[in-house]
Design a protein around this ligand. Structure first.
Ligand code: SAM
Length: 316
C-alpha cells in the first residue's frame, strides 16, 4: 500500500504562508524530548503557532469530511495534514488513515502527535501530493483541507492550474470508483478580496485581479510569482470536471473553513444572511440587497467541496 515518496524539501515547497519553520522546529524539539504536544504549544508562546491553537484542536474541521458517505471505510488519505487534527478525527471512522505531509518537520510532528494521543489507526508518511504512495483505486476518502492552493509551489515548472489539475488527477487515480474527495479552500470572489484582503500573503487584490496582472504585481512587490490560485464556485466545478470527477457539490464553509461552524448550501439565503451582517448601515444594506438577489453564496469566504471518482470510467 505504501511506497516511500520522500523527496528533498525544496525552498518553495516549504513556504506555507503563515507557518514559520523556526516555530515548527521549536515545537518539534520539545515534543521529541517527551513533552506532550499540547503542553508544549501552551508553554512555548510561539508568536504564530500559539495563536493558532484552534488549528491543532478544533475537531469540527473534520465534520464535513466525516459526513461524506463512502461505500467502505477502509482507507482515508489526508493530504497536507499540518497539525493533523483532521487525520486524527478520521481515524474514528476509517480503519487506516494516511496523513501525507511533504514538510519534514510537520511530518515528524504528526507522527509524534499520533503516538502521544494513542491514535493507532493513523500514520504519518512524508511525501508529495503530486505522486501519492497509494495503489490505483485503493482510497475511500481523500481530503485536501487548505492545501490545493499551495500545490503549485510543489510543481514550479507547471502553470498553477496545470499543477492543481495534475494533483487532482493523481487523487482521482488513487480513489476507488465512487470514492469521495473533500476539499476546503478560499473563494476567489469572497467579498473581502474585493476590498483588498489577500488570502495567502499576496499583495492586495491579487485574488481578484486578472492572473497576469496579479503575477506581475507579486513579482514586482514580493519578488515571487503569483501561484496560490483560487477560484470562484464555477471555477472549482470546471477544475474538478477537467480532472475527471463527477457529482461535484459546493457549500459555504461558514464562517470560514479555518474555524467552521457549518456547511451551507450556496442558495441558502436566510441561513447565509447572519454571516453577512454589518454594524455599518450602508454595508448592511448592500448585503441585504445581495441576499435578496441570491448572491451571498457566491461571496462567502471559503467553500467545502465534495466530488467523486465516477463509478464507470469515462471514455478516453
Ligand atoms: C495551510 S496547511 C493546512 C493543514 C491542514 N490540512 C489543516 O487545514 O489544518 C497546508 C499543509 O499542506 C502541506 N502541503 C503543501 N503542499 C503539499 C504537497 N505538495 N504535498 C503534501 N503536503 C503539502 C503543507 O506542508 C501544510 O502542512
Amino acid at each position: 500500500m505504501i511506497r516511500d515518496t520522500r523527496t528533498a524539501p525544496d525552498v518553495n515547497a516549504s513556504r506555507q504562508g503563515t507557518l514559520p519553520d523556526a516555530e515548527i522546529a521549536e515545537l518539534l524539539a520539545a515534543v521529541s524530548a517527551g513533552e506532550p504536544w499540547s503542553a508544549a504549544l501552551e508553554r512555548l508562546r510561539l508568536p504564530t503557532l500559539s495563536r493558532k491553537r484552534h488549528w491543532f484542536v478544533n475537531a469540527r474541521k473534520a465534520d464535513f469530511y466525516r459526513s461524506l458517505e463512502t461505500a467502505r471505510r477502509d482507507w482515508a488519505l489526508d493530504i497536507g495534514p499540518g497539525s493533523a487534527i483532521i487525520a486524527a478525527e478520521l481515524a474514528r471512522d476509517y480503519t487506516s488513515v494516511i496523513a501525507l505531509e511533504h514538510h519534514p518537520l510537520w511530518c515528524r510532528f504528526v507522527g509524534r502527535r499520533f503516538a502521544q494521543d494513542g491514535v493507532h489507526r493513523a500514520f504519518a508518511v512524508q511525501g508529495d501530493a503530486m505522486g501519492l504512495p497509494c495503489r490505483e483505486g485503493s482510497i475511500d476518502l481523500a481530503v485536501l483541507n487548505g492545501v490545493l492552493e499551495w500545490i503549485p509551489d510543489a510543481a514550479p515548472r507547471l502553470a498553477p492550474r496545470s499543477a492543481q489539475l495534475a494533483c487532482l488527477r493523481e487523487i482521482r487515480r488513487a480513489l476507488r470508483p465512487g470514492g469521495a474527495l473533500g476539499i476546503a479552500i478560499e473563494n476567489r470572489w469572497f467579498f473581502g478580496n474585493f476590498m483588498g484582503l489577500s488570502p495567502h500573503g499576496e499583495p492586495p487584490f491579487a485574488a481578484v485581479l486578472p492572473r497576469r496582472l496579479a503575477d506581475w504585481q507579486s513579482r514586482r512587490r514580493l519578488g515571487r510569482p503569483y501561484r496560490t490560485w483560487i477560484y470562484q464556485a464555477h471555477g472549482y466545478r470546471r477544475l474538478l470536471a477537467a480532472a475527471g470527477f463527477d457529482d461535484v457539490r459546493l457549500y459555504g464553509a461558514m464562517p470560514t473553513y479555518h474555524e467552521p461552524r457549518e456547511a451551507l448550501a450556496l442558495s441558502a439565503r436566510e441561513a447565509l444572511r447572519p454571516y453577512f451582517a454589518s454594524a455599518r448601515p450602508a454595508k448592511d444594506a448592500v448585503f441585504a440587497l445581495l441576499g435578496r438577489l441570491g448572491l451571498l453564496g457566491q461571496l462567502v469566504h471559503s467553500f467545502y467541496i465534495s466530488a467523486r471518482r465516477p463509478l464507470v470510467p469515462s471514455p478516453p
